[in-house]
Design a protein around this ligand. Sequence first.
Ligand SMILES: Nc1ncnc2c1ncn2[C@@H]1O[C@H](COP(=O)(O)OP(=O)(O)OP(=O)(O)O)[C@@H](O)[C@H]1O
Length: 407
Amino acid sequence: MLEVKQVSKLYENKRGVHNIEFSMSRGEIVGFLGPNGAGKTTTMRMITGYLNPTKGSITVDGLSMADHPRKARRKIGYLPETPPLYPELSVEAYLKFIANLRDVPAREQKARIAETIGKLGLQGREKQIIRSLSKGYKQRVGLAQAILHKPDLLILDEPTSGLDPKQIIEIRDLIRELGENHTVLLSTHILPEVNAICNRVLIINQGRVVLDEKPENLGSAMGQQFELRLEVKGPAHEVRTELKRIDAVAEIKLVNEEAPAGLPGLLLEEPEAAGAGAIGAGGEAAGADRADAGGFGGTAAADADGAGDAAQHAIAADAAQRAAVAHGAAGTSTAASASTTKLLVTAKDRTDIREDVFFTLARAGYPILEMKRESLSLEDIFLKLTTEEPGAAERAAGEDEEVEDDA
Ligand SMILES: Nc1ncnc2c1ncn2[C@@H]1O[C@H](COP(=O)(O)OP(=O)(O)OP(=O)(O)O)[C@@H](O)[C@H]1O
């Protein structure tokens, strides 16, 4: 549907976009993300034919934007950041104007406008002057002008920017509906919006595409391991021993959720020395030994300033839990939490270990209270990919490309 090949746009100040390349298939809804000034609007304006690329080619449904701009633009509906509305016109008069502008045949215009008004929920507002509409309704009119000529491809530049939460939900629902019949490229700063509507994510930073993935593949694209967060009813050492039997398990960490504020989710390796026998023989004593020995393999967090105290606290808490279990306090509410172990289990080679974990712990008689696959949030990924040394792109652009003025 859309092919963007090695497209660059260089402005006088050398900013712009550099060798952007991606394609979109029919029916896709692609979220286009990037920090301010990354190049989203520049890219969208080139795709819609409002700006000429300095180099590279753009084709829409096989039509080159450079060679057949009029025909190619007819296939595109564009909602710029600020919708091009005429505030003095009524909704109906404005859409009639747009229908003429976009060569909608005169005999079809009335029905087409009525259909579009229905689709965008603008019934009852046909005669209303655009100036008097709320921002959400103005945005609906903006979307109406973008789809009136029945384009295949919709380019929407921050369509929910400046709307209140209710309007955001309404416009999002509309976009999702439009996505059933259109291919959509949608720029936004609202990351949950991408999770809510898009089936692909494109991240641009300093004028370059830095990620192009389906949401479900984001974790592995970022080199994320297969990790499970578990809450198991059973003593830590035994649970850990059972999990170690699984070949595909690479690492098991106990999760301390009682760390002081500022050190959330500190992870502690359980010391090998604390054997099941010792606990069975006298939980309190075994726990106390562990605390004294301070034997834990900390993560980076545990090495941080002040983490030593947190680790001691965690080990003492764990010792108390074990003591409670050993003293037969099971059945009380304290004991219920005391017999629960929280762990983070990492698999070898990104193997899906969920079934193995389930059956292993079930066979051993340790019920899993909660099992959750860890996943990187889009926010984490966005920050990771877009936090770069400022000016790097400009320097790179200056090295290999010539400067051109805005078209
Ligand atoms: N007409 C122009 N002349 C010179 N530089 C420009 C022009 N338009 C954009 N730029 C520069 O090109 C870069 C990309 O801008 P663009 O507006 O495409 O970013 P964006 O990702 O849409 O940002 P935002 O999220 O803030 O809307 C920026 O550094 C911007 O300053």
